[in-house]
Ligand binder design. Structure first.
Ligand code: C5P
Length: 234
């Protein structure tokens, strides 16, 4: 079996990665893998287990035991924990902040890496769009296409506000902006796998693009790259 066409998409919080990548995948018949959800699941579960503030070795021991129970629901494009869909709990910015703290640990990142690779590589689809912060640098440094998706902080905060409101959550725009700025700073300056644009990644700035235009731009980049590589998919 040939390897799926891998598109690595990195970028800051709220750059539109998840919604744009998901729709682009629908158009291309690809699988979409949102690796932020894995970090969010862990952050949320640590709270549930009452060990969010524990030392790294304690957290690692528990995560090692529980990672095999995080599975991928192919039909819904979701991660499940012991068969339970945690998605509704993962949207809050507080969970994103928790994920960003967890994501600073090299040991935890190492524990979560095989799961992310496995899902993308074992799809029956022709390709996978995998988004996160270290996809082009660590998870798939050999991706067929690398994209760094960004947008201005103001635009990203506004989008996140709308996303939260759509899920029935309350949020304040200014507060969100501050939280996102802090989280981006934490993600970009950490010692291990910091968020950064790889030298061979294409920048896709969606600040002035609507949703549909962003999807079309991503799909066009993927098709163009496939054509250059002589790869065809319907
Ligand atoms: O993408 P999302 O905002 O859901 O990610 C939550 C957090 O998980 C990020 O702020 C980042 O710290 C971490 N993350 C990461 N590497 C990834 C995906 C997410 O460090 N590949």
């Amino acid at each position: 079996m040939t390897r799926p066409f891998i598109v690595a998409v990195d970028g800051p919080s709220g750059s539109g990665k998840s919604s744009v990548c998901a729709k682009a995948c629908e158009k291309l018949g690809f699988v979409y893998v949102n690796t932020g959800q894995v970090y969010r699941c862990i952050a949320w579960l640590l709270g549930e287990w009452g060990i969010a503030e524990a030392i790294e070795s304690v957290i690692c021991e528990r995560v090692t035991q529980e990672v095999p129970h995080i599975t991928w629901d192919m039909t819904q494009n979701r991660f499940l924990y012991r068969g339970r869909d945690l998605t509704p709990f993962l949207y809050a910015e507080s969970v994103g902040q928790g994920a960003s703290r967890v994501a600073k640990s090299a040991a935890i990142r190492k524990l979560l890496l095989p799961l992310q690779r496995h899902i993308a590589l074992h799809t029956t689809k022709a390709g996978a769009v995998v988004d996160g912060r270290d996809i082009a640098s660590v998870v798939f440094p050999d991706a067929e296409l690398k994209i760094f998706m960004e947008a201005s902080l103001e635009v990203r905060a506004q989008r996140r506000l709308e996303q939260l409101q759509a899920h029935g959550a309350e949020a304040d725009l200014e507060e969100l902006q501050e939280q996102m700025q802090d989280r981006d700073h934490q993600d970009a300056t950490r010692d291990v796998a910091p968020m950064q644009r790889e030298h061979d990644a294409v920048i896709l700035d969606t600040s002035d693009m609507g949703f549909e235009a962003s999807i079309d731009a991503l799909v066009a980049l993927i098709r163009e790259r496939a054509k250059t590589l002589g790869i065809s998919f319907t």
